[in-house]
Write a protein that binds this ligand. Structure first.
Ligand code: GDP
Length: 446
């Protein structure tokens, strides 16, 4: 962390303003060289940015944030010039020639983390805020960034550490240990911690859903109306709709969101036995795609199969290797007047008139496990959920050791492991490998 780093912090391309961000020890000397002086801390200073020969590269605003009161915790200089790729590149090169090196992806956030300005889940929330695909996800990310998730984790950690200290104190006095471990207080604390952990996991699960969403494959026989349903759900014509069976030869994917949950929607070739080589490959891909999807919408043509759709469902379910997440969608209901409402386990729609589509969307939402508006959810990632899971396992194991064997030392050890799992979320004791993986997925200048 001794190098001074620089990057263009604004997106590539043209814009009204472009920002070059510099962080590290050489900021003072770089400012002196490029803008002629060290600007007054935290004041917007209008100045010219000059090249090594004194020629003007651009004019703009310089902002200086001395350490430690800056994003990275180091001296930071922001040069806000005009947002053209060439002019920003000139400015970047100038800063490099004054003793900075180009930052790696996520290196500013990494320094902020290493200097204790933010914890790991907050650093991740920065990336998630920038990458959010819905307003709900963005709100969740800002809540995490402001530390709501971290506060929960710290609170849980505190409860666990206190309990552990209490138990370890008892272990030190073996003659009293047995009575001590029989104390209801310990059982009660364990139950409270478990409840708080479960609640946090639930909310984190909602947050992870907002970030990661689910994948949904539309499958069925040729001509059932899969492409029409895809277009109905996406609201645009991404899939080709024709009367000719077997026209979708490959998979077509689209990303949409329903109430903020990102949904990868995949239209696939109709599943049937055929001699057409291209179509055979299409069917193969359709089955593979369905196999790896979270959920499958199995579309049945109700006109063709008004009386035997259950049989169709059974056949196709077998062909889809009994995928556990199948929802049956009976399509073309506009042409079958006798059938009027969705039954228990199937949803009746018409991709043509839009009938039943809202019901289908609500169903998809509940399939995803989304329990409401996302209000109050904080953004979370799979690795956070894994850590919470592990914390819960150690807690249960600890409770079991207490209950079955009155084993104080083993309980204390499980509590230690439980705490350790939680610290992975905030990054207190994370491996360099994990940190490298997380920060390298950020974009440059972040
Ligand atoms: P796919 O092969 O399963 O993708 O089916 P398509 O979406 O290409 O649809 C096959 C034919 O059925 C097209 O002529 C569509 O216009 C028609 N179709 C699809 N859905 C409906 C529906 O709900 N009602 C009616 N009346 N026709 C539909």
């Amino acid at each position: 962390m001794t190098d001074t780093i620089v990057a263009i912090a604004t997106p590539a391309g043209r814009g009204g303003v472009g920002v070059v961000r510099v962080s590290g020890k050489n900021v003072g000397q770089i400012a002196a060289a490029v803008v002629g002086r060290l600007p007054q801390p935290r004041y917007a200073t209008l100045c010219t940015f000059t090249d090594h020969d004194g020629s003007v590269i651009d004019s703009g605003i310089a902002l200086y944030f001395p350490a430690p009161r800056s994003f990275t915790g180091e001296d930071v200089l922001e040069l806000q010039g005009h947002g053209g790729p060439v002019v920003l590149d000139l400015l970047l090169k100038r800063v490099v020639s004054c003793g900075a090196r180009i930052a790696r992806p996520g290196e500013f956030s990494e320094r902020a983390f290493l200097n204790d300005k933010i914890d790991l889940s907050q650093a991740e929330a920065i990336a998630d805020l920038i990458d959010s695909v819905s307003q709900q996800a963005a709100r969740g990310a800002i809540r995490s960034l402001q530390g709501e998730f971290s506060k929960r984790i710290s609170h849980l950690s505190e409860l666990i550490v206190n309990l552990r200290m209490y138990i370890e104190a008892a272990i030190d006095f073996p003659e009293e240990e047995i009575d001590f471990l029989a104390d209801e207080k310990i059982v009660q604390s364990l139950a409270e911690i478990r409840e708080a952990l479960q609640e946090t996991k639930k909310q984190a699960g909602q947050g992870a859903l907002l970030r990661e969403g689910i994948s949904l494959v539309i499958a069925g026989r040729p001509n059932a109306g899969k492409s029409s349903l895809m277009n109905c759900l996406t609201g645009k014509d991404s899939s080709i709709v024709t009367r000719v069976p077997g026209t979708t030869r490959d998979v077509v994917s689209e990303y949409i969101h329903i109430d903020g949950i990102p949904l990868k929607l995949v239209d696939t070739a109709g599943i049937r036995v055929t001699d057409d080589e291209v179509e055979i490959e299409g069917v193969k891909r359709a089955l593979a795609e369905a196999g790896s999807a979270d959920q499958v919408l199995l579309v049945i043509d109700l006109v063709e199969h008004e009386n035997d759709w259950r049989k169709q469902v059974d056949e196709l379910t077998d062909e889809l290797s009994k995928h556990p997440g199948i929802t049956v969608v009976l399509n073309k209901s506009d042409l079958v007047p006798g059938v009027t409402a969705s039954m228990d386990d199937v949803i009746l729609v018409s991709a043509k008139t839009g009938r039943g589509i809202d019901e289908l969307k609500s169903h998809i939402k509940s399939l995803a496990g989304f329990d409401g508006s996302g209000e109050g959810a904080f953004i979370a990632r799979r690795r956070h959920l894994d850590a919470l899971d592990r914390a819960l396992i150690h807690l249960s194991e600890g409770a079991r050791q207490l209950d079955e064997r009155r084993a104080g030392e083993l309980l204390a050890e499980e509590l230690r492991l439980c705490h350790e799992a939680l610290t992975e979320i905030t990054g207190e004791f994370s491996s360099d490998d994990l940190l490298g993986k997380i920060f390298s997925s950020f974009c440059i200048g972040k």
